[in-house]
Design a protein around this ligand. Structure first.
Ligand code: PLP
Length: 390
């Protein structure tokens, strides 16, 4: 097939809910992908970080290959050993508690919203989230999201959400009421433009939550699994939440979402109160176990820390040369380059023509999230292309 044939199929048969680039990918390995015409691209935004370790990671592929010969799906009314093993590994790497499995970030957050409401009801059922946040596209998660653009046309929205400015402890304190059951936030707002929470802000939120018996939930759908240079973002902040939600990189390319709940709150959702038919099936758990093995065996957290410094230095050098760069925001391998322009989409488009895939968010912020296995040679290719364009 040619790209035109594929586009034709989409035009006739696929619901048009995405802004699509003329690119049909057929193969990927680590930081690289190939399109249907055989052209190679450096992928610095691998599947919105679903392929966060890199495409077709060897441990993930090995585990999937092994598992397809055994069993693909097991009902959650039976036991499945891989779900048990994966949960043990996630808990050992996070905090004492229990895991629930879903299939996406939105569903993981939907689970968190249900848990927070069940914890607080009937006295309290309000959840505070942040402006510019992104939590998903289901009705509850788009309501939790602090961006109006995702809500247009979907009234009536569920009640019980308040939004406050990010990194503003005063505004948060003002918004808290006796009805506040939970606070949910991303430690680094990805979709919002790589806005990094201040360490002190997160520590203050934690102590307020403890004092007022409010459940603290971190949406780690993007920050989880090594992205910040720690296994989870909360470890960078040295603040343990009551709950985290996970997805994207966890499946190494397969769809999985998860909610990790601290022991104290692990009995709130009971049999019959929440479920997911596909959640935590053996095939996705085998892939996720491969993700954790890769992070450990290939020392990917060290690589993220090393490469984060490298990118930071290089982007600061570029900023000194290119006045169009207003801010360089980096935590681990979450990189935001804020440009002094109304619309930076031309950078994304020209980069694509030059064989580099990145993202542009909030109109003027380049979002760059390379695979955790990225090396200096690949970083230099990206930097050279961006320097040429800017
Ligand atoms: N939470 C965050 C922080 C995200 O970045 C996203 C997706 O981009 C979601 C939740 C929703 O995840 P999904 O698209 O898997 O439903």
């Amino acid at each position: 097939m040619k790209i035109e044939d594929v586009k034709n199929l989409y035009e006739n048969y696929v619901l048009n809910t995405y802004t699509r680039t003329d690119l049909c990918m057929v193969k990927g390995k680590n930081s690289w992908v190939w399109d249907i015409a055989g052209k190679k691209y450096l992928d610095f935004f691998p599947g919105w970080v679903v392929s966060g370790l890199g495409h077709c990671n060897k441990y993930v592929v090995r585990n999937i290959k092994h598992q397809i010969h055994n069993i693909l799906h097991v009902s959650n009314n039976y036991y499945n050993e891989l779900q048990g093993e994966l949960s043990k590994k996630i808990i050992e790497n996070s905090f004492k508690g229990k895991v629930f499995y879903a299939n996406s970030g939105a569903e993981a957050n939907e689970s968190a919203i249900k848990l927070i409401r069940k914890f607080g009801n009937p006295e309290k059922n309000e959840i505070i989230t942040m402006q510019k946040s992104f939590h998903g596209r289901t009705l509850a998660t788009l309501t939790a999201t602090g961006q109006d653009k995702v809500k247009v046309g979907f009234d009536p929205l569920p009640e019980g959400f308040k939004h406050v400015p990010f990194n503003d402890i005063g505004a948060l304190v003002k918004a808290i009421s006796p009805r506040t059951a939970g606070i949910m936030l991303e430690l680094v707002q990805g979709e919002g433009g790589i806005n990094i929470a201040d360490v002190n802000y997160i520590k203050q939120i934690k102590s307020i939550c403890e004092e007022k018996n409010i459940l603290l939930a971190f949406d780690e759908v993007q920050t989880g699994f090594g992205r910040t240079g720690n296994m989870f973002g909360f470890q960078y902040y040295d603040v343990q939440p009551d709950l985290i939600t996970l997805a994207k990189s966890l499946g190494g390319g397969l769809p999985i979402g998860a909610m990790v709940v601290a022991e104290k709150y692990a009995n709130i959702l009971t049999p019959g109160s929440h479920a997911s038919t596909f959640g935590g099936s053996p095939i996705v758990c085998s892939a996720a176990l491969g993700v954790l093995e890769a992070i450990e065996k290939d020392n990917l957290l060290e690589n993220v820390k090393r490469m984060s410094k490298y990118f930071k230095n290089k982007f600061m050098d570029l900023k000194a040369k290119k006045p169009i760069i207003k801010h360089v925001k980096i935590l681990g391998l979450m990189i935001g380059i804020e440009l002094d322009t109304e619309d930076a989409s031309y950078v994304y488009k020209e980069a694509l023509n030059k064989g580099l895939l990145i993202n542009c968010t909030q109109k003027n912020i380049l979002r760059i999230m390379p695979a955790l296995c990225v090396n200096k040679k690949e970083a230099d290719i990206c930097l050279k292309i961006l320097e040429e364009i800017l």
